[in-house]
Design a protein around this ligand. Structure first.
Ligand code: BGC
Length: 693
């Protein structure tokens, strides 16, 4: 079939046909998360939308469960993220889905946010670079990527109502750039957030949707609402929203009476782009050309993936290369926070593997990203398969109940069993005894986070800190492996020999754990978020988070994440960019090509191969009357070096690290001297250079 022009198709359509392209309906196969029925008369096929971002979540189906997106970001490796995106794209194709509701690129503002595991970083450059690579990968397989949640969806508490009071400079410099990077990468779809920004619901936000996203950035795809997240018919249609999802109430939701639980959207609130939109066009509140444009944008993306001309797509599901990739992402995203030399483990070490969930792979957090794998490797299985010594296990303390949005939907009986009931009661004494008898104790601890609620503290839930302390007292070769959806407090860190952050490692959990513990894989990850005590983050005051009287005040402005810790003169527990390697690296002098790129020789001075993430930070000149961060992350290059190998490593510097947004003058590059530091984290410089602009 020759390619068909979306505008010509729209010209042939009745109004009812156009309306059917801008409002979702139920998938007759009950697999897709969102569905458009298509128009048979015009050979427009149905469009199926499905959740991500940790894999494909088609209802009742299985797919590769990738690690938390935070782990993908921790690899600081856009090429790897692109591979992951492409694999998720192929799996979407295998499930006959056309749109993946991924990636999530909201900047990690609040360390407690229950969805941080689905997001990338506290830094806009890292979020934008890795997010754009995911988009590029997904779309390389003729699948439409959906970057979400536009914008300032930085907390789950009151997410359906809260207003982010955020100034234009912070929006421009911190929160919008990852979306802009996705648009520059050609993303086909942008999902609006549930929340309000400066008082206006994002679905109705004419300045940010029609203005910034479409007019200013030239976004030519379609803007889709979050599920039941369309506030008004006329407001949304005129602001620039193109597609309402899911368009129909959830089964049973219309019978729900009373308040909806916090963070849960009203699932009976749907159909605003149905008859109400037709009526608004009839009485002139919405111009009929807007409906044409909405339909054209949806068709434009369908055309781009070949859906209007019968292009064949080739899917792939649960292949060996996807399984290997899930392991590689988990391993490269694993961060070695501390190591006194206990890691890597000797092949023949006798290991006590301890913790309430040593028998379960930690797949992800709760909510719309929950992916059911074909195959997963629990930590005990992975370690046993690799170890030459004995591996004994003990759970030690009671399990951490999992949390999920789905358990809180008033109209859904999820009926999930959390616990394996056939195991003996966990006993702290058993764990301590096992630790005392082993060469090394490896303690696995985790949090439980979900979409639709935030963590109530950054402490490990339950009695896990007690477990770590008791085990550390019994064995001075204790390794703690964190499996958390964001920063967590580690009050015992001085008493243990190593601390590893594995995030939510996904289906390859045990294999990835073994590969890093035994040194088959150098822990490649670096922190995409700062780790610090809860009360030292910028959002530690209730006005900032969770907000007061329905408003979260972004009083910290652009001082998010490490920028805040620098400005406040506070030492974080583990800084942004931090992570050890099993190898050692020496840096030579750095040379700069203006503020475009820097080059530095890096040598692996150890006797083993290693993976270094060479990071660059820009320190802007001082400008009278403007508070700027001391330094901002400008880019990174991961590099694998054999023992003794030396290589020139080039890091491209993102323009965002040089410019600032002036509310009156727009984007500005100040004349002056820019310092460029190159090193191993935001707090570990190895070389620097100054450049005049
Ligand atoms: C989430 C979105 C998701 C959608 C569809 C919403 O609750 O915020 O990220 O894509 O549901 O499941």
């Amino acid at each position: 079939m020759p390619p068909r022009d979306p505008s010509a198709l729209v010209a042939e359509m009745s109004r009812a046909e156009k309306l059917s392209l801008v409002r979702g309906t139920a998938d007759p196969a009950e697999r897709a998360t969102g569905y458009l029925p298509g128009i048979e008369r015009l050979d427009v096929p149905p469009l199926r939308l499905v959740d991500g971002p940790l894999g494909v979540r088609a209802e009742g189906e299985r797919a590769t469960a990738f690690p938390a997106t935070l782990a993908t970001a921790a690899a600081f490796d856009p090429a790897l993220a692109r591979e992951q995106g492409a694999a998720m794209g192929r799996e979407a194709v295998a499930h006959d889905q056309h749109v993946l509701l991924a990636p999530g690129v909201n900047v990690v503002r609040v360390p407690h946010c229950g969805r941080n595991f689905e997001y990338l970083s506290e830094d806009p450059v890292l979020s934008g670079t890795v997010g754009a690579a995911l988009v590029d990968g997904i779309q390389s397989e003729d699948v439409i990527a959906t970057v979400k949640h536009y914008v300032a969806n930085n907390q789950e508490t009151s997410r359906t109502q809260v207003s982010a009071a955020v100034d234009e400079r912070a929006l421009r410099e911190v929160y919008l750039p990852p979306f802009r990077a996705a648009v520059a990468a050609g993303v086909g779809s942008v999902m609006t957030a549930y929340n309000r920004v400066n008082g206006t619901y994002m679905s109705d936000h004419a300045d940010l949707v029609g203005g910034v996203l479409k007019d200013e950035w030239g976004f030519d795809g379609y803007v889709v609402s979050d599920w039941y997240g369309l506030a008004t018919t006329v407001g949304a249609a005129t602001a620039g929203l193109d597609l309402e999802m899911p368009g129909v109430p959830a089964p049973g939701a219309e019978d729900h009476e009373g308040e909806w639980p916090d963070g849960i959207p009203d699932a009976g609130h749907a159909g605003l782009f149905g008859d109400p939109l037709a009526a608004a066009i009839d009485d002139g509140r919405v111009p009929s050309e807007r409906l044409d444009e909405m339909a054209r944008r949806v068709l434009g993306q369908m055309a781009r993936i070949g859906l209007l001309d019968g292009r064949e797509r080739t899917g792939e599901l649960d292949s060996q290369r996807h399984r290997d990739l899930a392991e590689r992402v988990a391993g490269r995203g694993t961060v070695l926070l501390e190591n006194d030399g206990v890691l890597p483990l000797a092949d023949d070490a006798d290991v006590a593997l301890l913790g309430p969930h040593v028998h379960e792979a930690k797949l992800g957090g709760g909510g719309s990203s929950e992916t059911t794998p074909f195959h997963s490797v629990a930590p005990d299985e992975g370690l046993r398969a690799r170890a030459d010594g004995t591996v004994t296990t003990a759970r030690g303390v009671p399990p951490v109940p999992s949390r999920s949005l789905f358990d809180r939907l008033p109209y859904l009986d999820w009926g999930r069993d959390d616990e394996e009931s056939d195991r003996p009661e966990p006993s702290l004494d058993d764990a301590v005894d096992a630790a005392a008898d082993a060469d090394v104790a490896v303690v696995l601890v985790r949090d439980a986070t979900t979409e639709a609620e935030d963590r109530d503290s950054l402490a490990l839930p339950g009695r896990q800190d007690e477990l770590v302390r008791a085990v550390a007292a019994a064995n001075d070769r204790t390794v703690v492996v964190l499996r958390t959806g964001g920063p967590v407090e580690t009050p015992w860190r001085d008493d243990v020999a190593a601390v590893v952050e594995q995030w939510y490692p996904g289906q390859a959990d045990g294999d990835a754990l073994a590969a890093v513990c035994y040194g088959d894989r150098d822990p490649g990850g670096r922190l995409p978020v700062t780790f610090a005590p809860a009360d030292t983050y910028p959002a530690s005051d209730a006005r900032q988070f969770p907000g007061v009287d329905g408003t979260a005040h972004y009083d910290e402005g652009v001082f998010v994440g490490y920028r805040h810790f620098d400005a406040a003169g506070l030492d974080p527990t583990y800084p942004f960019g931090h992570g050890h390697s099993y190898a050692d690296f020496a840096y030579g002098g750095v040379t700069a090509d203006g503020t475009d790129r820097v080059t530095v020789p890096v040598e692996n001075t150890s006797d083993r191969p290693g993976r270094e993430v060479v990071q660059a930070y820009v320190e802007p000149p001082t400008v009278e009357g403007v508070d700027r961060p001391d330094r901002v992350f400008a880019g990174a290059s991961p590099v694998e070096l054999a023992a003794g190998e030396r290589r020139e490593v080039t890091v491209s510097l993102d323009d965002l690290a040089v410019r600032r947004y002036d509310p009156d003058g727009g984007w500005t590059v100040d004349a002056g001297t820019y310092g460029i530091a190159v090193g191993r984290s935001a707090r570990d410089d190895r070389a620097s250079v100054a450049v005049d602009r």
